[in-house]
Ligand binder design. Structure first.
Ligand code: KG4
Ligand code: ZN
Length: 339
């Protein structure tokens, strides 16, 4: 069964084809990074308009690369939320249009469930139950995953998401958007130990996070006329504080749940220092660590097509209003129908 997946929740337009028997057949993506860079962040209206421009050619490309025709597609999955509402509507409208034209059903997909299940696209897959650390531009979640659609939130950020903290701190250091990868690159040249920033909320029990104070700590430490080395040292100190904080909470959550597997997903999951630290943690505890490949950590349609396949039992006719939700708690999801 071949599923077309469409992702347009933020600043990446992506389309993929996933087949139940043959696996991922294609995935293509257009990043709007260059478009938004001059504004220092995503401009929602520009994002929507660019999705409109890109989505049809990308769909053709994904089908061609998969070697399938639209008529071979059995259901169309699209990101229905959470995300920018205008951007979501573009993907939803295209998905609904194709579904109506081809008389195929639609599967609305939760973007964060896509991130959460992205490691299932890899050869080495985690087994349920596992613990998941979801770290993206909009979310910081520790989730106990008993199975698909069986999610318990153990901890979350009370203020900035980790990716957001990376992006805001990068801005303070004068780095270009998107700040996360730029800050991580700068931190490589930073010296350890020069700046010791707090590890927020690790000194008390619990699994919640708070990252907004860290960016203030960096701002306070920032010299009036910082040299390149000062900035690199600050980036290093910030990255180490974030990574250690995440690792401490993952360790606690592993203790609390007894989980034997740890999944790390979402854009910040591409961070090398985080990967190394969690790898060390997992080795010490003898638990399995699972990451999607780098390009499936950040937004992509492969994960959406995959969830579409997992939830194909919930496919429904493309009638009525397009489903798109700016906010959509992960815990509202249920196990897939027919499982
Ligand atoms: O999952 P994602 O692509 O989009 C959302 O759904 O939010 O995550 C994007 C976030 C951004 O905040 C970006 O700065 C951050 O992930 N990010 C990184 C790295 N690569 C992406 N943060 C730290 N280190 C990285 N290497
Ligand atoms: Zn995302």
């Amino acid at each position: 069964m071949a599923i077309l997946g469409i992702e347009s929740s933020c600043d990446e337009t992506a389309v993929a084809v996933y087949d139940g028997a043959r696996g991922l057949l294609s995935h293509v993506l257009h990043s709007q990074v260059a478009l938004h860079a001059q504004y220092g962040g995503v401009v929602p209206e520009l994002a929507s308009r660019d999705h409109v421009r890109r989505i049809v050619p990308l769909t053709r490309q994904a089908l061609a690369q998969a070697g399938v025709e639209l008529a071979d597609i059995e259901a169309i999955a699209y990101t229905a939320g959470p995300g920018l509402i205008g951007a979501l509507m573009v993907g939803g409208a295209v998905a609904a249009g194709l579904a109506l034209a081809e008389n195929r059903p639609l599967v609305p997909v939760h973007h964060m469930e896509g991130h959460l299940l992205a490691p299932m696209l890899e050869e080495r897959r985690p087994e349920f139950p596992f613990l998941a650390l979801l770290v993206s531009g909009g979310h910081t979640l520790l989730v106990a995953v008993a199975g698909v659609g069986r999610y318990e939130i153990l901890g979350e950020s009370l203020d900035d998401a980790v990716g957001e903290a990376f992006d805001k701190t990068a801005k303070l250091l004068g780095l270009p958007y998107p700040g996360g990868p730029a800050l991580a690159a700068l931190a490589q040249r930073g010296r350890p130990g020069r700046y010791e920033f707090p590890r927020p909320m690790t000194d008390r029990p619990g699994l919640d996070f708070s990252f907004s104070g860290l960016k203030t700590a960096v701002l306070t430490a920032l010299p009036a006329q910082p040299s390149e080395q000062d900035k690199a040292d600050l980036a290093r100190g910030f990255e180490e504080a974030v990574v250690e904080t995440l690792a401490v909470k993952c360790g606690r959550a592993l203790d609390a749940t007894g989980a034997r597997g740890l999944v790390v997903a979402g854009g910040v999951g591409a961070n090398k220092r985080l990967r190394a630290e969690l790898d060390a943690l997992a080795r010490r505890r003898g638990v399995g660590l699972y990451f999607p490949r780098g390009e499936f950590c950040t937004d992509n349609a492969a994960m959406i097509a995959y969830v579409g396949w997992v939830r194909r039992g919930e496919a429904r006719p493309a009638v009525g209003a397009i489903e798109a939700r700016a906010r959509w708690p992960l815990t509202e999801l249920q196990p897939p129908k027919g499982s």
